[in-house]
Design a protein around this ligand. Structure first.
Ligand code: CP
Length: 362
C-alpha cells in the first residue's frame, strides 16, 4: 500500500505527474467531478488546521467522493488512550484513504504501517508536511515555470517549520538552486535537513540573520511563522516571534518578479499591506494546495485499484538497541512501539530514528 509520509515517498516523476494532473484539473474540472464517486476520505486531525483539513475535504468533494473525520483529538478515543496504530486499523474499516495530522513526529508513519489503506501525512509536529510542499511546488511552477536556477530564501522559524524542511528536501532533487536561510541563531535549519543539500550539482547554501541584506538576490522569499506551539520555553518564543516582519518598505529592494510565499497561517510576519503587492502569492498557494491534494488522492486511489504496492527500500540496515531522545517523537507516547533506527552513514556511525529522523551515533 503506497502512502505519502515524506515528500521523498514520491519520485520526481511522480511529483511531475501530480503537477501535470493538477494543471489538467485546473483546466478541465468537469472531467474530474465524478472520478472518486463512492470513495471516502478520512481526515484525522489531532491538531488544529484550517487550510490542510478543509482543502483535503474540498478536494475529495470536487472529485465526487465523501469525507468522514474529526478535527481535534479531544473528540476521539485517542483522549481515552487509543493508539495511533489502532486508530489506523479502525479507520481502515470505514474509509478508502486517510489524511492525518498529528503533533507527534512519526505518527502518520506509524499509521501507514498499520492501515490497510493509503495514509497521507497532513503534518507531523515539526517534521514533515508533504502536501504543503506539493502546493508550494505547483505555485513555483505556475509563477516561475521551473525549479532549477532559482535563489530561494527561507525566512523565520527554520527549526520547527516543517513546510521548510519538506520543500528543501523536494527542491534538492532538482539542480542549480541557491538556498539562503534567514533566521535567528536559535531557529536555524536542523542539521538533518541541511545535510540533505547536495554538495555539487550547482547547489549553494548561505545562512544569515539579515533579511534586508539578501533581499535583492532572491527569486522566491518563503516566509514562515515562529511556531509558538513547538516551544518549551515561552520566554524564548516571545523574544524571537517578531524577528522578521515583512512590510512594503523591506520589499523596496526586492526583484520585480520575486514571489513571496508563506504556508499560512501568518501571525504578524507579513504585514497585511503586502497582500496588495503582485508578488504576494500566498493565497494562490492555498488554492494550489487543493488542486495538488485532488491530484494526490486520485493517484493513491488509482494505485490501489491497479494493485501497486509500496516501493521497498533495498539494502537498508536497521538497529533496535537505542531509545529516541526527541520528546516530540511518536515513540514517547505510542504503546509498545519498537524503537527502530536506520543506519544512514556507516562510515561516520550515524543512524536515524525511522519515525522522527533524530540522529544518533552508534
Ligand atoms: N499551511 C497549513 O498547514 O495550514 P493549516 O495549519 O491551516 O492546515
Amino acid at each position: 500500500m503506497k502512502s505519502v509520509v515524506d515528500i521523498l515517498d514520491l519520485s520526481v516523476s511522480e511529483v511531475d505527474e501530480l503537477l501535470d494532473t493538477a494543471m489538467d484539473i485546473i483546466e478541465n474540472p468537469a472531467k474530474y467531478a465524478e472520478v472518486c464517486r463512492g470513495k471516502k476520505l478520512a481526515t484525522l486531525f489531532f491538531e488544529p488546521s484550517t487550510r490542510t483539513r478543509l482543502s483535503f475535504e474540498a478536494a475529495m468533494y470536487e472529485l465526487g467522493g465523501n469525507v468522514i473525520g474529526f478535527s481535534s483529538a479531544s473528540s476521539t478515543s485517542a483522549s481515552k488512550g487509543e493508539s495511533v496504530a489502532d486508530t489506523a486499523k479502525v479507520i481502515s474499516c470505514y474509509a478508502d484513504i486517510i489524511a492525518m495530522r498529528h503533533p507527534k513526529e512519526g505518527a502518520p508513519f506509524v499509521a501507514s504501517k498499520n492501515a490497510s489503506i493509503p495514509v497521507i501525512n497532513a503534518g507531523d509536529g515539526g517534521h514533515h508536511h508533504p502536501t504543503q510542499t506539493l502546493a508550494d511546488l505547483l505555485t513555483i511552477k505556475r509563477e516561475k515555470g521551473h525549479f532549477s536556477g532559482l535563489t530561494v530564501g527561507f525566512c523565520g522559524d527554520l527549526k520547527f517549520g516543517r513546510t521548510v524542511h519538506s520543500l528543501i528536501t523536494a527542491l534538492c532533487r532538482y539542480e542549480n538552486i541557491n538556498f539562503v536561510m534567514i533566521s535567528p541563531d536559535e531557529l536555524k535549519l536542523p542539521g538533518y535537513v541541511k545535510n540533505e543539500i547536495p554538495q555539487g550539482r550547482g547547489f549553494t547554501y548561505t545562512e544569515t540573520t539579515d533579511l534586508e541584506a539578501v533581499m535583492p538576490t532572491l527569486d522566491i522569499l518563503y516566509m514562515t511563522r515562529v511556531q509558538q506551539e513547538r516551544f518549551t520555553d515561552i520566554d524564548e518564543y516571545l523574544r524571537l516571534r517578531d524577528a522578521y516582519i515583512l512590510n512594503p518598505e523591506k520589499l523596496a529592494t526586492a526583484k520585480k518578479d520575486m514571489i513571496i510565499l508563506h504556508p499560512l497561517p501568518r501571525v504578524n510576519e507579513i504585514s497585511v499591506a503586502v497582500d496588495a503587492d503582485p508578488r504576494a502569492c500566498y493565497f494562490k498557494q492555498v488554492q494550489n494546495g487543493k488542486y495538488m491534494r485532488m491530484a494526490l488522492i486520485l493517484k493513491l486511489l488509482n494505485d490501489v485499484k491497479c494493485g501497486k504496492t509500496e516501493d521497498k527500500e533495498q539494502g537498508d540496515v536497521y538497529l533496535y538497541d537505542f531509545k529516541c531522545d526527541n520528546p516530540r517523537c511518536i515513540t514517547t507516547t505510542e504503546q509498545e512501539l519498537r524503537q527502530v533506527f536506520r543506519v544512514v552513514s556507516p562510515e561516520n556511525r550515524i543512524c536515524r530514528c525511522v519515525y522522527c529522523d533524530t540522529k544518533k551515533n552508534y
